[in-house]
Design a protein around this ligand. Structure first.
Ligand code: PNW
Length: 447
């Protein structure tokens, strides 16, 4: 047995996102988002599910805060629905939208939980998409304006901010692979969007600094680890492309002021140029106080000239899979965290998401999700090993507080510490909830 112990000031938290939990899509003056459109278009989401009701957290936020208080976490990472604040993306601010988040944030603070706010977790106002969405440079300005409105409205209450969640998903998964809203399949559009997202982040941070907002700001790329099947250079290079597509592509501009050349070359070979204008890289560079890292899985990869953009094929090594089909590989978490620290230095890091899809249901009032506890033990141990290696980790925030709307997978995939019955909306604490509660309260566990 080994005791895995964390420093006293290490923070523990849970995360959610607006469209995945709120519901109430037509209430409080909220405008339509691209996820309303996408989910209501047949064929996009499994079983035709949508976020109209979700966990109904818009009405049940007080109950959810009490659940978190019982859990003993110090941080709640939530996201704001842009179309609740600006129903058309720009124009007049919707006070009812601000009021909702004030009620939520006040409730958190009264219960001793620190709010961490993500400004963009994928629900772009449909009105902006109608003008070209993130492909249109004007969306960058609209985002900076929305961010400024939020900073000013919550200055002094929210002290931890994230601009954009998972820019790789927003650009490539949504506009090249086409699995998420708006469901496009165009590499050139996706590369363009990735640049606009970084610019939107940079401009929002400029507003944050200009307005002298109290607190810290960052953004949260999702990362992975791909271990080369062999030490053959082709396997090593192909695996590096997969790691770099998610990490280097979005972090090099921030810390080095340039895009990684091996990825620029790859995109150019595929007729996708980065639309950099004069001054852009200066806006993007050095624009974070901390970074958020989202990690779920790793793979083993091998070069295959026929295998898509990256010329990389996954090799199934027989590792265990989660109920969404992702490989369980805690070592990859340690490897990518130390990789990031080696590449960019001592930058403060929060783990802003890490968790597992396990679909165990309620039996006699209990949810025996032992596989979630195992996953968390392995992955939080990797966080501990990274901390011991000198990675500047400030906290760990697990995905997710509740089972929720898992995007293209609808309600069929459960990531929560708390089970949600989507008919009655009843919440049931899982075994993993009680395990994580001890970790959050004591700062240690045994493996
Ligand atoms: C992240 N993929 O999403 C998101 O930030 C969460 O909203 C989500 O619920 C969580 O991870 C679990 O999936 C992703 O297909 C969704 O590569 C899909 C992918 C990656 C991240």
């Amino acid at each position: 047995m080994t005791i895995i112990k964390f420093p006293n000031n290490f923070k523990w938290g849970v995360a959610t996102a607006a469209y995945q939990i709120e519901g109430a899509v037509k209430e409080g003056g909220r405008g339509q988002s691209i996820w309303d459109t996408f989910a209501h278009t047949p064929g996009n989401v499994l079983n035709g599910d949508n976020g109209d009701v979700a966990c109904d957290s818009y009405h049940r936020y007080e109950e959810d805060v009490q659940i978190m208080k019982d859990l003993g976490v110090g941080i709640y990472r939530f996201s704001v629905s842009w179309p609740r604040i600006f129903p058309n993306g720009v124009g007049e601010v919707n006070q009812e939208g601000l009021d909702y988040y004030h009620r939520l944030v006040d409730e958190l603070i009264e219960n001793g939980i620190e709010p961490m706010c993500t400004l963009y977790h994928w629900d772009l106002p449909q009105a902006l998409q109608d003008q070209g969405g993130w492909e249109n440079r004007e969306t960058v300005e609209a985002f900076a304006n929305y961010a400024e409105t939020m900073f000013k409205a919550f200055n002094g209450k929210i002290k931890l901010w994230l601009t954009i969640n998972e820019p790789w998903c927003v650009s490539f998964l949504s506009n090249y692979i086409g699995a998420h809203a708006p469901g496009k399949k165009d590499l050139s559009a996706a590369v363009n969007i990735s640049h606009h997202l970084l610019l939107a982040h940079g401009k929002a941070v400029n507003k944050f600094r200009q307005c002298n907002i109290e607190g810290e700001i960052g953004f949260a790329p999702n990362v992975t680890w791909v271990e080369p099947y062999s030490r053959n250079q082709e396997d090593v290079d192909a695996s590096q492309r997969a790691i770099g597509w998610m990490a280097d592509w979005f972090l090099d501009p921030i810390f080095k002021g340039t895009y990684p050349s091996y990825m620029v070359d790859l995109f150019e070979e595929n007729n996708a140029d980065v639309p950099i204008m004069d001054g852009d890289m200066d806006i993007i560079r050095d624009s974070v106080d901390f970074i958020g890292i989202n990690y779920y899985e790793a793979n083993v990869g091998r070069f295959n000239s026929e295998a898509g953009l990256l010329q990389l094929e996954d090799v199934d090594m027989g590792y265990k899979k989660t109920d969404i089909g992702w490989f369980i590989e805690p070592e990859g978490f340690y490897k990518i965290l130390t990789y990031i620290a080696d590449r960019y230095g001592n930058i403060p890091i929060y783990i802003t998401e890490n968790g597992i899809c396990v679909n165990d249901g309620v039996e006699a009032g209990e949810v025996k999700d032992a596989r979630r506890i195992d996953y968390l033990k392995g992955h939080i141990t990797s966080v501990n090993r990274s901390l011991q290696s000198g990675v500047n980790l400030k906290g760990y925030i697990t995905w997710s507080l509740l089972d929720n709307f898992e995007w293209a997978e609808g309600y069929s995939k459960r990531f929560g510490l708390v089970h949600v019955n989507y008919r009655s909306l009843e919440r049931t604490k899982k075994d993993s909830f009680y395990w994580y509660k001890k970790v959050a309260e004591n700062g240690w566990f045994s493996v």
